[in-house]
Design a protein around this ligand. Structure first.
Ligand SMILES: Nc1nc2c(ncn2[C@@H]2O[C@H](COP(=O)(O)OP(=O)(O)OP(=O)(O)O)[C@@H](O)[C@H]2O)c(=O)[nH]1
Length: 329
């Protein structure tokens, strides 16, 4: 039987909208120049993958685990996705971008079990976070706390958007939570990949251990319920091109409880594909984008404490109503 050695596995973790895909695209370019055959596992919580097509434009192969969180709903699919990348696509390196709602401790647990560890060796866990006004409270959120705790490398990203006082207090709080990780500071995840990926001894904190995997949130393979700390995800499929003015109006009035939104669409007055992004505190943006394949036109909205239905109705209201059918002569 054909025996394969485990391939290196990298995990990008961290809360919603902190720059994981931005970093992933940089790493994919780097690995591509090195001649690596990279397989990407892209986990997204919406029913439609938005980041997968962007990564697919650079990487050889992307397996999308959309429609759930890799620590809850799609944990079993992770082993299948890794197996597919190795056996079908001969990937010699695999990188997983966790959904911004995933608990990386659960994912470490999944990729280091007896079965999956024959296929991959966890090489590095990189967490991306952004500063906050109240790091003590914000970094206690389960996803952030676990991301910080499990990481070998932590990137404090979005330097351009935050004042030094908030930045320094956040950096201090991060180091207090994980003094063993290397802390990087960046804008738009601009770092030297050679430096970032340079391996070093893994500290015991980074190995899967009872400290990391046993906590208030039991492994989801035992219970298929979603972790209670996850925000709500809504995917709105657009029936056709949208009216530019109405969509820009909608973008200007996004509800406060919305934590992340992204999607692909077309305007009625422009043939280009458009990418929509909203990751507070940044402003919402819609920009033309070129992809190899046409992605589904949809917007994924993630948040807590906002009127989902009102948001969906307003978004669908941007779609041009189809021209009335002409009566037969
Ligand atoms: N101003 C600013 N924007 C950034 C920076 N890094 C990323 N962004 C933008 O923030 C948005 C979210 O970035 P992504 O890389 O998609 O973040 P993510 O962590 O993959 O998002 P999710 O997968 O949805 O959790 C995009 O519009 C990025 O262009 C940064 O350092 N500064």
């Amino acid at each position: 039987m054909h025996q394969i050695s485990p391939v290196p596995f990298y995990m990008l973790a961290g809360p919603l909208g902190t720059g994981k895909t931005t970093l992933l695209l940089r790493l994919l370019e780097y690995w591509k120049k090195q001649g690596r055959t990279v397989g990407v596992v892209m986990n997204e919580s919406g029913q439609v993958s938005i980041d997968g097509p962007r990564a697919g434009a650079v990487a050889g192969q992307v397996v999308n685990l959309a429609g759930g969180c890799v620590c809850c709903d799609t944990k079993d699919d992770l082993a299948w996705g890794i197996g597919q990348l190795i056996t079908d696509f001969r990937s010699d390196l695999i990188v997983l971008e966790c959904s911004g709602m995933a608990n990386p401790a659960e994912v470490i647990d999944a990729v280091t079990d007896a079965f999956v560890s024959r296929m991959v060796t966890l090489r590095q866990t990189i967490a991306l976070v952004q500063p906050t006004a109240d790091p003590e409270q914000a970094y206690s959120d389960p996803v952030i706390a676990h991301s910080l705790r499990c990481a070998d490398d932590i990137i404090l990203n979005k330097r351009d958007l935050f004042l030094s006082t908030m930045w320094d207090a956040s950096a201090k709080a991060i180091v207090a939570r994980n003094p063993y990780a290397r802390l990087w500071e960046a804008s738009h995840a601009r770092l030297d990949p050679d430096e970032l990926l340079r391996t070093r001894e893994r500290s015991p904190l980074h190995q899967p251990s009872p400290n990391v995997t046993v906590d208030a949130h039991p492994p989801s393979t035992q219970s298929k319920t979603r972790a209670a700390y996850h925000p709500l995800v809504m995917t709105v499929r657009l029936p056709g091109p949208v009216n530019r003015r109405k969509f820009l109006d909608w973008m200007d009035r996004l509800p406060i409880g919305l934590e992340r939104a992204k999607g692909f669409l077309r305007f009625t007055d422009d043939p280009s594909l458009q990418e929509f992004q909203y990751a507070p505190p940044g402003v919402s943006q819609v920009e033309p984008l070129h992809l190899l394949d046409e992605p589904p036109h949809a917007v994924v909205l993630i948040g807590r404490n906002y009127d989902q239905e009102a948001c969906r109705t307003a978004l669908l209201g941007c779609a041009e109503s189809p021209a009335p059918e002409r009566a037969a002569d």
